[in-house]
Design a protein around this ligand. Structure first.
Ligand code: ADQ
Length: 565
């Protein structure tokens, strides 16, 4: 039975080793939940890095780890500490991530990291080749593995390969600065179908393909030598039911059933019923605009001082990539900003910012979503941003206001939110003011259509649409596809030619019948070519058409008196 092989840098289970004991815990991130439906349905194998380096895994535990992963339908690609350093912390997170999020000044172009990226991509490709049968489907995920599609294609030309990019694809002007830009494009083009979150990312990718590789692009299809790659946008959804039902459960909790966090939030609400909670949740990443948000919060309180002691900003930042220097600097900057703003503005009964630097469990995440009046998300760039969608999904009574950066992919689908430019503090301060004062009726009118859309286009539908698009691409009428002339194909063509009753030959002139010349007038047909065309034309029931962009007079002169057109 054909299976789907999912390939991503990290697996949907996280391994932890405590005092020689191993635990496998399901991951909660967007990709893991997103692919769950594909992974659980039918035959599927998920291949990725376990999160532990070779040096961290005691030899004795290795078989138990493999078995635990197997129980979750997973298989690991073992990576050494040096490989993780160059491939993950190096090229992926110090070159591609900043560049694709338009942080050109943070991008490091290190040849040694590129080499490790290439080698590790090959390792992932080899892991796939060991497992893949001819009619399997390979689904590769994200910017860490952009070379894999072509590496697998070279060995398995007929395998169905799809790729999805979870981060933005930058404009050509940014992408062209990458020293290995052609390699990345060729790597991706090994896929039959390439998916992006938005039409803009798709457009940027196609523009780079056209300008850097000079390939022909028809609408969203790229003509390659022997096949075609389709490119399309598939905005990723969330597991709507999971968030909505968790919020319903949260609303129905009896006294004593709540979490500690929920009790604390309730107590604060009870002590100041008119106060508003602003919520922001992100990985601690410079692309998420956390520092800007803190400065904008300070600006808001200067512009509208009447809200001092009436609003509170809850910032939840999830530790991320803390080995990369930019992230360490960002952590320091945010710690200092929170300290300074709280130090300057706090009163005996009010701390303006509650700052959590940790990962929270799902229940606590829902506590925050359901308790906060305003979700305030200001990424400088974000492929999609699932937090915005999760917030709206948990608003079971349809109240709440979403303030969202127009630089997030999700802004394309969430027009009813208050959309802001994350660099425009004036606009942000006014949006916060508008959100605080927005009548409940208006909140409901804005949230109702967003909820409907999120429920309909959920993550399962996203995965299904992606797979359906691959199937329709595979079923495409083959005559429209350019094919490389292999020995097999030549023999088949000759056979069909011999047997055919009537034949029409369409022959391209420049570059096919005659080679390209610097001076086009010197490309007139020589005797050998004329003899060959005459010989073809003499065959019974055979018509010949010469196709050329040249003017009619020139061709008329060259082939004067010949029967072919
Ligand atoms: P991320 O940059 O990680 O993802 P996002 O889309 O917001 O950003 O997804 C984060 C996920 O982690 C959400 O599902 C959220 O619930 C969860 N999460 C956040 N904070 C948490 C916490 N403290 N504890 C537990 N869970 C938490 C990348 C791209 C995005 C793109 C996604 C999916 O950068 O632009 O939307 O992939 O394609």
């Amino acid at each position: 039975m054909p299976k789907t092989i999912i390939l991503s840098n990290r697996l949907p289970v996280q391994l932890q080793i405590n005092e020689g004991e191993m635990q496998a815990i399901p991951s909660v991130g967007g990709l893991a939940t997103g692919m769950k439906s594909v992974h659980q349905e039918g035959e599927s194998l998920w291949i990725g890095w376990s999160g532990l380096t070779r040096e961290e895994i005691p030899e004795a535990l290795e078989p138990r780890i493999d078995q635990a992963l197997q129980e979750h339908g997973c298989s690991k690609v073992p990576l050494t500490e040096a490989e993780v350093e160059g491939f993950y912390f190096g090229f992926s997170n110090r070159t591609i991530w900043p560049l694709f999020h338009y942080f050109l000044e943070y991008s490091e172009f290190e040849l040694s990291n590129w080499k490790v990226y290439e080698a590790v991509n090959r390792k992932f490709a080899e892991a796939v080749l060991e497992e893949a049968s001819e009619d399997d489907i390979l689904w590769v995920h994200d910017y860490q593995l952009m070379l894999v599609p072509q590496m697998v294609r070279e060995k398995r030309p007929n395998l169905s390969i799809v790729f999805f990019l979870h981060i933005p694809f930058p404009s050509y002007e940014i992408f062209r600065t990458l020293p290995w830009r052609e390699d990345i494009l060729r790597g991706l083009l090994g896929a039959d179908l390439i998916g992006f979150h938005t039409y803009d990312y798709e457009r940027h990718f196609l523009s780079s393909v056209r300008r850097l590789l000079g390939l022909e692009v028809n609408f969203n299809e790229i003509n390659l030598e022997d096949r075609m790659t389709k490119v399309d946008s598939f905005p990723m959804g969330i597991d709507y039911t999971k968030f909505h039902e968790a919020a319903q459960k949260n609303a129905g909790q009896k006294d004593g059933e709540e979490s500690d966090l929920q009790r604390r939030l309730d107590a604060h609400k009870a002590s100041a019923p008119d106060a508003k909670f602003f919520l922001s949740i992100d990985r601690l990443d410079y692309s998420k605009g956390i520092a800007n948000r803190l400065k904008a919060f300070e600006y808001f309180l200067q512009k509208y001082p009447e809200y001092k002691e009436k609003v509170r900003l809850i910032i939840l930042a999830v530790p991320s990539r803390s080995k990369v220097p930019q992230y360490q600097l960002l952590k320091k900057e945010i710690d200092e900003l929170v300290g300074r703003i709280n130090g300057e503005l706090s009163t005996v009964s009010w701390t303006p910012i509650w700052y959590f630097y940790r990962s929270l469990g799902f229940e606590n995440l829902v506590d925050l979503y359901t308790s906060c009046d305003i979700a305030w998300l200001t990424p400088i760039r974000d492929g999609m941003n699932l937090v915005a969608k999760e917030y709206i999904a948990t608003r079971t009574d349809k109240t709440g206001v979403l303030i969202l950066s127009e630089m997030a992919g999700s802004a394309n689908e969430m027009h009813e939110a208050l959309l802001i430019n994350p660099n425009n503090f004036e606009q942000i301060a006014d949006a916060l003011h508008q959100a605080i004062n927005m009548p409940e009726e208006e909140q409901k009118a804005r949230n109702t259509p967003m909820q409907k859309r999120l429920a309909r286009y959920n993550v399962e539908k996203w995965a299904q649409d992606f797979m359906d698009s691959l199937l329709s691409h595979r079923e495409m009428d083959p005559p429209y596809v350019a094919r490389r002339l292999t020995v097999d194909l030549t023999n088949t063509m000759m056979e069909k030619y011999r047997k055919s009753g009537n034949r029409i030959l369409f022959l391209d002139y420049d570059g096919t019948l005659a080679g390209f010349k610097n001076d086009p007038q010197k490309a007139s047909p020589d005797k050998e070519l004329i003899d060959m065309l005459d010989a073809l034309y003499k065959q019974k029931r055979t018509d010949i058409f010469i196709i050329s962009g040249r003017d009619k007079d020139t061709l008329g002169r060259w082939f004067e008196g010949k029967g072919y057109s």
